[in-house]
Design a binder for this molecule. Structure first.
Ligand code: PHE
Length: 453
């Protein structure tokens, strides 16, 4: 039986688009993109990131969706099927396994950060926002391992609930309502920044590339982030593709998703940086806390800022939630297919594993803050898992997807799945996927890893 039989099919093309956008849009856009941009000097990073989305992200995403739909099972089994169909060796199965691993590792730190957003919802809903300076409030949160653990646990449980119920039941509906609201509240925040922040400085920081600001390791971060933000290279999009109706047009859908995802990231940047430049004590390069220390400044200055702050962080939490679901779905789908486990049991095992691993990320901010052993490449567990996945596993997974679909899969099979209206579109996509994307990924990986701190 195929995944469409076991796990269900999306209701329509729109449901796939919504669910995949739900997977793509998340903490990567609102939390990670701004702080990485801040750490890497702004404009040049943004430009390289956009170039990566276009030349690597979009073609690889098309490839990953098409693999999923053609394989029609969990990523691991889809890989088996596709490798057999193309007459390729068993070593391609590794791609599916690597993705499952990457998903667990991302989930471990992702749900810790998502926990921070839960804390901020409560903070704004109960007291109208942090009373101490925003930086202090955030510092106190990080210093409290029990609170972080509790938040991490709550978020893991909420994620597990949806996965156990079956992603195609509730997720489409959730994304449908969340996405417009998220967009709208980001627009309000950008409006606030425009009126009250240093908008010119913020926009200049984001869009004026100064190439001496960015290191080679920064270029790798931009590439890695292009994969991370589109949920590429680990099977999430492949798993969702497996539930996509046969007739839905892949190319157009992928372009829509990539455009929405990019817009959310840029809007988040445009909301945050003008505030950062207009507020004493805030630095663009302040790291993972950037979102949590800058936006409360805006909420404090708004008429119904407490309510709006709670609402905004709730939207971010929902966005994180619709992404985290896709992080564990590939592993769950595989357990269900392979061992005929119930979704509940599979979900418990997979989420539980990620949760355990996540404890090391909770401790990275307090008790283990100085634990940076050589075997974690001199990083805390939190930083290591982020590095391992975004800058290694996802680009590697994306590279293998490009190589598989570009060089191993028969072109007529790819064409049959894609059904582009024009032959030129297909040729352009295939050329990019065969030559441009892989070469760029390999180059950036080599150069970036050599230079990584
Ligand atoms: N794309 C998600 C985000 O930007 C994170 C994610 C990565 C989700 C990989 C699934 C797979 O927040």
């Amino acid at each position: 039986m195929t995944a469409r039989g076991i796990h269900g099919v999306w209701g329509s093309r729109w449901t796939f688009t919504l669910a995949a956008t739900g997977s793509a849009v998340g903490l990567g856009n609102i939390w990670k993109f701004p702080y990485m941009t801040g750490e890497n000097g702004g404009g040049a990073f943004v430009l390289i990131y956009l170039a990566c989305i276009l030349t690597i992200g979009v073609p690889v995403m098309i490839a990953e969706v098409l693999m999923g739909r053609r394989g029609a099972m969990s990523p691991i089994n889809s890989m088996r099927h596709l490798a057999a169909e193309a007459g390729a060796g068993r070593h391609w199965h590794a791609l599916g396994w690597m993705g499952v691993m990457a998903g667990l590792c991302i989930m471990a730190f992702y749900s810790v950060v998502a926990g921070w957003t839960l804390h901020y919802i409560a903070l704004f809903a109960t007291g109208g926002g942090p009373s101490a300076p925003a930086g202090e409030t955030f510092g106190q949160l990080l210093a409290n391992p029990w609170r972080l653990l509790a938040l991490h646990t709550v978020f893991s449980l909420i994620t597990a609930l949806v996965v156990a119920l079956g992603v195609n039941r509730g997720l489409g509906a959730v994304s449908k309502y969340m996405m417009p609201f998220l967009f709208f509240s980001l627009l309000i925040l950008v409006g606030y920044s425009f009126a009250n922040g240093d908008f010119a400085a913020g926009a200049r920081f984001l869009f004026h590339p100064g190439f001496d600001e960015i290191s080679r390791a920064g270029v790798l971060q931009a590439l890695g982030h292009a994969f991370f933000t589109l949920s590429l290279g680990m099977g999430a999009i492949m798993a969702y593709g497996a539930y996509m109706p046969r007739r839905a047009p892949i190319g157009k859908t992928v372009l829509t998703i990539a455009a929405l995802d990019t817009m959310v990231a840029l809007l988040a940047g445009l909301a945050i940086f003008p505030i950062v430049f207009a507020t004493e004590g805030l630095e663009p390069s302040s790291g993972p806390g950037l979102l949590f220390v800058s936006l409360p400044v805006a909420f404090a200055g708004m008429p119904v800022g407490g309510l709006f702050g709670a609402l905004f962080f709730a939207l971010v939490a929902v966005a994180a939630w619709s992404s985290s679901v896709s992080l564990i779905e590939p592993a769950v789908a595989w357990l269900v297919e392979r061992l005929q486990w119930s979704r509940w049991r599979a979900t418990a095992l997979v989420t539980g594993t990620a949760w355990l691993l996540g404890i090391s990320c909770v401790l990275s901010f307090n008790l283990w803050a100085e634990f940076k052993p050589a075997w974690l490449l001199g990083r805390t567990p939190f930083d290591f898992l982020d590095f391992l996945t975004s800058q290694l596993l996802l680009p590697l997974g994306g590279l293998l997807i490009a190589l598989f679909v570009g060089w191993v899969m028969r072109p007529q099979d790819a064409a049959a799945e894609l059904r582009f209206a024009r032959q030129q579109t297909f040729d352009l996509w295939r050329f990019t996927l065969r030559y441009i994307s892989p070469v760029l990924v390999i180059l950036v990986l080599i150069v970036g890893l050599v230079d990584s701190p």
